[in-house]
Design a protein around this ligand. Sequence first.
Ligand SMILES: Nc1ncnc2c1ncn2[C@@H]1O[C@H](COP(=O)(O)OP(=O)(O)OP(=O)(O)O)[C@@H](O)[C@H]1O
Length: 254
Amino acid sequence: MGSEAVNMLRLDHVGHAFLGRTVLDAIALEVEAGELVALVGPSGSGKSTLAHIAAGLLEPRQGHVTRGYRGHAVIFQEPRLMPWATAGDNIAFGLRRHHFKRSVCRQKVLAVADRVALDARDLEKFPSQLSGGMRQRTAIARALVAEPDFVFFDEPFTALDVALKRRMQDIVIDTVAATGQSGLFITHDLSEAVRIAHRIVVLERHGRGIAGSRTVPLSPGMRDDRMVFETVQAFLTGDRLFAHVNDCDERSLA
Ligand SMILES: Nc1ncnc2c1ncn2[C@@H]1O[C@H](COP(=O)(O)OP(=O)(O)OP(=O)(O)O)[C@@H](O)[C@H]1O
């Protein structure tokens, strides 16, 4: 990123506590235009809390959040679709603030559905008639339909199987490359972070602060499986910053 890069998101001295227990302390974080930053750390280290504060869903106890983007969307781990509306209407909900003509809405819904591999018949179905992956693709389409210039991803693919997870990651990689969108991607999966992000920010072992960050070599679309595997191994075995990333994660204890 050049020196002229614009901050799309900036957190200064952000702190938060729940029930008197400090979860985040003196957090400083920046995301530049066109940059996808992955935030990793063990379970309970405060990743979601940080993302929610950054997205304005939670007011921090201390510090400031500065947002340089025009519009953002949030994609959660669960699709959070309206069960009474079809997939097409759920996606169109993402356009509710824009007051487009019906025909324009329809065009935009079809175009974004195509990007996430949902066809016209899928769009007529209700969430209960869709598979888990289709529901999550619908949620992604709803987030992207209004073409936000910043997206918050809160562990969006954790519940998906490996093949589907990959496909979703490819959609994120392609969208960021094609639109110049920026984003903050929360994940506990270092391989996912290495595959999709420009830069990885690591939270401290017991949360609270940021331990450091690393730029991932090559642009996301250029990384093959071998490169991702070798980079993850190098981070885990040769870089102290990542020494605790897999610790204390209840998902790895199953
Ligand atoms: N609403 C809440 N009330 C009280 N404590 C909370 C609340 N939300 C989160 N916490 C606590 O704050 C800490 C950080 O939680 P957070 O969900 O941000 O971590 P995380 O890194 O995203 O974890 P995971 O990877 O398991 O989702 C945890 O100890 C959690 O129990």
